[in-house]
Ligand binder design. Structure first.
Ligand SMILES: [Zn+2]
Length: 357
């Protein structure tokens, strides 16, 4: 029985970067490599969003690759994607050229990497198909590599509290011209200390205007009750990854120990506290398929049904985080409410219809 509902939106992906053939600076399956990379970056007072890259060439190869990537995203049921850290303005030029020929396969939103963002030059496009939305900053490392910034040492590394790339003052100072111009500020923060520092930075930056500005924290994995409360009070938006709790379950337990693990990945606690929760795959770290993410988020199990004990969200809450009726409509071969949660990834996408307004 076909089902029509709000379209899937991916609010944190690296789709364009992958399409352009850019290899990641480090491989997530190689924790030591990630750690070495994060150390190199902090040693030169930089962040992963500020590292210079080889310029992209604007040519048919790039335009074609981006077009195919957007077609592929639409085939998976997505109606909108947000590139979480655009490191080169050439992506925008290539997308504008595609857009000049007609509507894009999915709506595209761009968060500009802090390293190339320029408040004097950035302008809104005013196009439902293609829009600049804000700037992405990067506060700490990753959990698997034990480089996220922690309040207390990792359970399995008693002398190590991870890596903090930005302190609250630096974040507030750097984000200020963009916040002033009304751009969304989105900051990568995984460890509890990084989340706290980013909240301090947002409080300094926005004061009582924080809820209206709705700045984002990307990932927000190692939560604690006080951080959840502050996120709710400040009106900070959490951008979570539907498959991370499952993918990280084993390593998160080892890195955090049972007590901290209990508060980690608690998207339900965020929703209960009134925090706005949106979702993004973080492709290519996790699959782009929203139906795969939806199943993992609702079951807390791997696709081959191995139980991970990861926290979950109800189907209603998961869909609310992963879809946006204003961005478009998706038609599925089955109603996700009517089939068992562990079969959701098998639903077929009939059609994705992005909204043109
Ligand atoms: Zn990412």
């Amino acid at each position: 029985m076909a089902w029509e509902g709000p379209g899937f939106v991916d609010r944190h992906t690296h789709l364009l970067r992958v399409a352009a053939g850019r290899v990641a600076a480090c491989d997530p399956s190689d924790p030591e490599g990630v750690q070495a990379y994060h150390r190199r970056v902090i040693e030169r007072w930089s962040t992963p969003m500020d590292e210079p890259e080889q310029p992209l060439a604007l040519d048919d190869g790039l335009r074609g690759a981006l077009e195919r990537a957007l077609d592929g995203a639409a085939a998976l049921g997505l109606v909108e994607v947000t590139e979480a850290g655009m490191h080169d303005w050439t992506y925008l030029e290539a997308l504008l050229a595609l857009r000049a020929r007609g509507p894009l396969a999915v709506r595209v939103r761009l968060l500009v990497a802090s390293g190339i963002a320029d408040a004097d030059r950035m302008q809104r496009i005013g196009d439902p198909w293609l829009e600049l939305v804000g700037v992405k900053f990067y506060a700490d490392g990753w959990l698997g590599a034990r480089t996220c910034a922690m309040r207390a040492p990792f359970a399995d590394r008693p002398d190590d509290t991870g890596i903090l790339f930005l302190d609250a003052d630096t974040l507030a100072r750097r984000a200020d011209p963009f916040a002033e111009a009304g751009w969304t500020i989105a900051t990568h923060a995984i460890g509890d200390r990084a989340i706290e520092v980013v909240l301090d930075g947002y409080e300094r930056l926005f004061g009582s205007d924080c809820p209206a500005a709705a700045p984002r924290i990307e990932h927000a994995q190692v939560l604690a009750p006080d951080l959840v409360r502050r996120m709710a009070d400040l009106g900070v938006v959490a951008c979570i990854q539907p498959s991370f709790a499952v993918a990280d379950a084993r390593t998160a337990r080892a890195a955090l120990g049972e007590q901290r693990w209990e508060h980690a990945y608690r998207w339900d606690a965020l929703v209960d506290a009134g925090v706005r929760v949106v979702a993004g795959s973080d492709f290519p770290v996790a699959p782009l398929e929203p139906l795969v993410g939806l199943q993992l988020l609702c079951t807390g199990e791997t696709l081959d049904r191995r139980r991970t004990g990861a926290p979950t969200l109800s189907l209603e809450r998961a869909l609310a985080a992963m879809t946006d009726a204003g961005a478009g409509t998706v038609v599925l071969s089955d109603d996700p409410h009517r089939i068992p949660e562990d079969e959701v990834a098998g639903i077929e996408v009939v059609e994705a219809r992005p909204a043109a307004g």
